[in-house]
Write a protein of this length. Structure first.
Length: 316
C-alpha cells in the first residue's frame, strides 16, 4: 500500500552476545577425563545453555591445576587482562556431540592461562564454531567481549558496541585444593571465604558491568566431594566428609547476593540426567576425586540448568 511505502523501516534489534567465563582449578581444566577433549565441564555448561536458549554461547576457561583460590587471584589480572591465552570456544545451539575415545592426550591449562598438551593439540567433543584467533585471545577481556560475535553459522565478527547487548556470567570452581589443605591444618573454611571474596572482587574489577543487566553474575557451584568414592569409601575420612563439605559450601552461600550459590545435584537429578546415582563409579575418574567424562557432562548439564533458571529471562 502507498501509505506503508513511505514508512521508515524499523531499526534493527540489538545483536545479542552470550559469554561464559570459567575460572578455577583442575575441575575447570578437565582432569579426570579418560578421553583427550580438554575442559569437559565448561563445554557441558555452555552446550546446555545453548540448547535451552536456542542461541550460540561463547565460553572461555582459565584453570590452574593444583591451584587454590589465592593462587588463582594472583593470576586474574594476567588472565583477564589479556596476558594469558585462554581456551575459547563457541557452543552452538545445534552442536552435535562426538565421542572421543583416544586417551593419549591429556590437556590442561598452565598457570599463565595457556593451553598445555602434546604436539597434536586439543581435540573437541562437539562440532562447534572455530576457536578464537591468537590475536583475539590476547585482547583485554572487555575488548574481547565487545568484539566477539557468533552467528548461527558459527562465524565470528565485530559490530558497533552500541548495537550489541552483552550477557556475561562467570563460573568459579574453587575450593577443592583448600579442602585438601584443611586436612594438613593449612586452611580454615573462614580463611577460604576471605580468599574467595577477594577473588570475586578482583574479577569484578576486571569484568565490571559488562552485562546488559548490570553487574555480571558470578556463580559459585558447590563441589560434590561428598559423593566422591575416593573420599567416601576411605574410613575414617568418610565420617567427616559430609560435615566438612557442608562447611565449605556455607562459605560460598555466605557470599550469595550479587553472586549465586548453586548446590550439588541430588540423587534424583543425577538419575534423571544420566540414569546413575551420584556415587556411581562410572561418574568418577580413577583417582576417585575428579569426575569422569560422564560425570563432568552430568554436572555441567545440571549447572547449565541452574544458570538458566537464574538468567534465562534476562538472557532471552
Amino acid at each position: 500500500p502507498a501509505a506503508s511505502a513511505g514508512r521508515a523501516p524499523a531499526p534493527p534489534s540489538p545483536r545479542r552476545r552470550y559469554n561464559l567465563i570459567f575460572l578455577g582449578d583442575s575441575l575447570v581444566t578437565g582432569v579426570g577425563c579418560s578421553s583427550a577433549d580438554g575442559p569437559a565441564f565448561p563445554r557441558a555448561v555452555a552446550s546446555r545453555l545453548a540448547q535451552l536458549l536456542g542461541v550460540d554461547v561463547r565460553w572461555q576457561c582459565h584453570g590452574v591445576n593444583g591451584g587454590d583460590t589465592r593462587m588463582i587471584e594472583e593470576h586474574v589480572d594476567k588472565i583477564l587482562g589479556g596476558g594469558g591465552t585462554p581456551r575459547a570456544e563457541d557452543a552452538s545451539a545445534s552442536a552435535e556431540a562426538v565421542m572421543v575415545t583416544r586417551a593419549s592426550l591429556r590437556a590442561g591449562l598452565r598457570p599463565d592461562g595457556g593451553v598445555a598438551g602434546d604436539a597434536e593439540g586439543l581435540r573437541l567433543v562437539a562440532r562447534v564454531p572455530a576457536l578464537a584467533s591468537p590475536q583475539e585471545a590476547t585482547r583485554s577481556l572487555a575488548e574481547r567481549i565487545r568484539a566477539a560475535s557468533v552467528d548461527g553459522a558459527g562465524t565470528s565478527g565485530g559490530g558497533p558496541a552500541d548495537d550489541t547487548e552483552e550477557f556475561t556470567a562467570v563460573v568459579l570452581l574453587v575450593g577443592l585444593n583448600e579442602w585438601k589443605q584443611m586436612w594438613r591444618g593449612m586452611k580454615t573454611p573462614w580463611a577460604f571465604r576471605d580468599d574467595l571474596a577477594a577473588l570475586i572482587e578482583r574479577i569484578r574489577e576486571r569484568v565490571g558491568n559488562a552485562g546488559a543487566s548490570g553487574n555480571v553474575k558470578v556463580f559459585l557451584p558447590a563441589l560434590p566431594v561428598h559423593w566422591a568414592p575416593g573420599l567416601t569409601e576411605s574410613f575414617p575420612l568418610s565420617l567427616f566428609v559430609p560435615f566438612i563439605a557442608g562447611l565449605w559450601d556455607e562459605q560460598k552461600r555466605a557470599l550469595d547476593g550479587d553472586n549465586v550459590f548453586v548446590g550439588c545435584p541430588s540423587t534424583e537429578s543425577m538419575l534423571r540426567l544420566v540414569g546413575a546415582r551420584p556415587n556411581d563409579p562410572a561418574l568418577w575418574a580413577e583417582d576417585g576425586v575428579h569426575p569422569s567424562m560422564l560425570g563432568y557432562r552430568a554436572w555441567g548439564t545440571f549447572i547449565g540448568d541452574a544458570i538458566f533458571s537464574h538468567l534465562g529471562t534476562t538472557w532471552r
